[in-house]
Write a protein that binds this ligand. Structure first.
Ligand SMILES: C[S@@+](CC[C@H](N)C(=O)[O-])C[C@H]1O[C@@H](n2cnc3c(N)ncnc32)[C@H](O)[C@@H]1O
Length: 225
């Protein structure tokens, strides 16, 4: 199969300078960031032996002392935001870490860009660098939401799975401990002034078992088998 991942890495390399402002300096980005942090805060991640993969510009490096990203420009920006973190530019399919190096690997906003083969390669690398019983905290677009809203596909939002489908995909390597929903409301349709008050209600509803899978995406807490 043709390797399209380098197109994605080049894209982020080119937009690295404007990434933080374009994605998070607005009410949409802040809405998303708020909900993701509530989930991550609940997962009690201790930064010492944790890897943020891909770390991008370092948005989640408060949860991890190690960061890795295939875009050198994204890593450069992460390094300008954080002192004393161990940051590396490398491909998630071929990580420069010893076996069993980490207690936790956090993978946010990556799998949605990729095909099954690449996701499988990354899953095996994450499994290798995690210690026994370590956790992979990873997000993926929800298949049910996509079918419900009939969202169009591009490389940016390429991959979605159901909870059952993802459980099956990772099942030989990981056990699913918990699943959290992110963004049940169609935030782009909510007026800017209402977004901040509504993000809390959205977060609560997105955690209910009936509605969870209709969230835009899901954060999975997986445990290494
Ligand atoms: C949408 S950003 C997410 C960054 C960060 N996790 C966040 O949530 O802000 C996706 C990142 O994945 C990186 N990336 C894409 N393919 C990769 C690969 N094979 N290995 C490592 N990083 C990769 C890109 O360079 C980019 O920084």
């Amino acid at each position: 199969m043709e390797d399209t991942n380098h197109i994605i890495i080049n894209y982020y390399d080119e937009i690295a300078e404007s990434y933080d402002i374009s994605r998070f300096d607005n009410t949409y980005g802040q809405y998303v960031d708020y909900q993701e942090r509530r989930v991550l805060d609940n997962l009690n991640i201790s930064p010492e032996n944790s890897l943020d993969l891909p770390c991008g510009t370092g948005r989640f490096l408060n949860y991890a002392d190690y960061g890795c990203d295939a875009s050198k420009n994204m890593v450069k920006i992460a390094a300008s935001h954080w002192n004393g973190k161990n940051l590396t530019c490398a491909d998630a399919r071929n990580l420069p870490y010893e076996d069993s190096s980490f207690d936790t690997v956090i993978t946010m906003h990556l799998l949605m860009h990729l095909d099954d083969e690449t996701i499988g390669q990354i899953m095996k690398e994450v499994h290798r660098v995690l210690r026994s019983g370590g956790r992979w905290i990873v997000d993926l677009l929800s298949d049910k939401r996509r079918k419900w809203t009939n969202t169009k596909h591009s490389w940016h939002c390429h991959k979605s799975m159901s909870i059952a489908g993802f459980n099956h995909f990772v099942g030989d390597y990981f056990q699913m401990n918990s699943v959290s929903g992110i963004m049940l409301f169609p935030v782009h349709r909510i007026p800017s002034a209402l977004r901040m008050p509504l993000r809390r209600i959205d977060y609560r509803l997105a955690q209910t078992s009936l509605l969870k899978e209709y969230s835009s995406y899901l954060i999975y807490e997986l445990c290494k088998r």
